[in-house]
Write a protein of this length. Structure first.
Length: 348
């Protein structure tokens, strides 16, 4: 099943929601070009979300997707927080950051009743989730206005769970994908498969449309995913240099350097495994650390280091999210990137 007709879009192409490097402008551009533009909402306040939804609906009459996280908000552990800040202390001293003035807290909020009520006024046609699905009553509220629900699976077991709990389509997120792993049934990263190993296994096991994600950066990758049974593809990294993206200047420069070829999973920046370009803090602390507080609490102590370093044009403390295949990154209009990717859906 090709998702184009199901989602009322020209191409079965979903632009991956990428928090921190995009707003509604990129989503609007992709939707207007025939794909499904996506808005990342996990870091938005209610006021900001409302404004972005207004901009989406004003900018395009085409379908669009809004994306939320479904993590369980952890309790702050003073002991673990102290341990984490002690590990970061040499960097605070180097960059002149006073750790006593760094607040505790989290910048990412899981999908909740307030968000569901706000969405209901806009009735977005597609709502996607990361880290599973929201509580059943919230999921039913979203589905009640006719929204199609997508969610990420990183294993066959997660795909089957999503099918059993109300997802309408599954995003098969391969290990190559940039940003946060959508894993939610296990913390064991050795269970994570590459896209072209994971995709056909999920296609065989579920009865829902399956959207391939991870490492797809050009038309040939699109065609390969479709040949393996995908109903569509999701692409993120290839849009990082798009004119409409809000990717920072230092991140853009890094993406166009040889360093972009070396990425790794890291929990240093948020507390959950996410793929980004390897930099100094990942090399020195190790990309995965038991000291990092649970997601999303680790990010609070890292934020001032990133801010101070980026002011000095340094990316050594920044989460440079990117997939393993940055070859498709190009400084171009999102519509042109979408057009090039869509060539992969055409008959050979």
């Amino acid at each position: 099943m090709n998702i184009s007709e199901w989602l009322n879009i020209s191409f079965p192409l979903v632009q991956a929601p990428m928090a921190g490097v995009q707003g509604s402008a990129l989503a609007v551009a992709v939707s207007n070009a025939g794909g499904l533009g996506s808005l990342p909402c996990a870091m938005l306040s209610a006021e900001a979300l409302g404004l972005e939804l207004q901009a989406l609906q004003a900018g395009s009459s085409k379908p669009y997707n809004v994306n939320f996280f479904c993590h369980t908000q952890p309790e702050v552990s003073p002991q673990r927080e102290t341990q984490w800040r002690t590990a970061l202390l040499p960097y605070y001293q180097e960059l002149g950051v006073d750790p006593q003035h760094i607040p505790e807290g989290a910048a990412r909020t899981p999908f909740n009743q307030g968000m569901a009520d706000l969405l209901q006024a806009f009735r977005p046609p597609v709502v996607s989730f990361h880290f599973g699905l929201p509580a059943p009553e919230l999921l039913q509220q979203v589905k009640a206005w006719g929204a199609k629900v997508l969610s990420s699976a990183t294993t066959v077991e997660e795909a089957l769970w999503l099918q059993a709990h109300g997802a309408d389509a599954i995003i098969a997120q391969g290990l190559e994908a940039g940003g946060h792993r959508g894993m939610f049934l296990t913390d064991d990263i050795t269970t994570q498969l590459g896209t072209f190993a994971l995709l056909p296994q999920i296609v065989r096991q579920v009865q829902l449309p399956v959207i391939a994600a991870g490492g797809i950066a050009d038309a040939r990758g699109v065609a390969a995913a479709m040949a393996l049974g995908a109903s569509g593809v999701q692409v993120g990294t290839a849009y990082l240099l798009a004119h409409e993206a809000t990717t920072s200047a230092v991140h853009r420069t890094a993406l166009q350097s040889p360093a972009a070829a070396h990425t790794a999973l890291t929990n240093l920046f948020t507390g959950r495994p996410a793929r980004g370009m390897v930099n100094r803090v990942m090399r020195e602390l190790g990309p995965m650390s038991d000291m990092a507080p649970a997601f999303p609490l680790a990010g609070t102590a890292m934020a001032p280091l990133r801010s101070r370093a980026e002011a000095l044009q340094s990316t050594e403390f920044s989460p440079l999210w990117a997939g393993q295949n940055t070859s498709g990154c190009q400084a171009a209009a999102a519509a042109e990137i979408t057009r090039q990717l869509a060539q992969g859906f055409m008959p050979a």
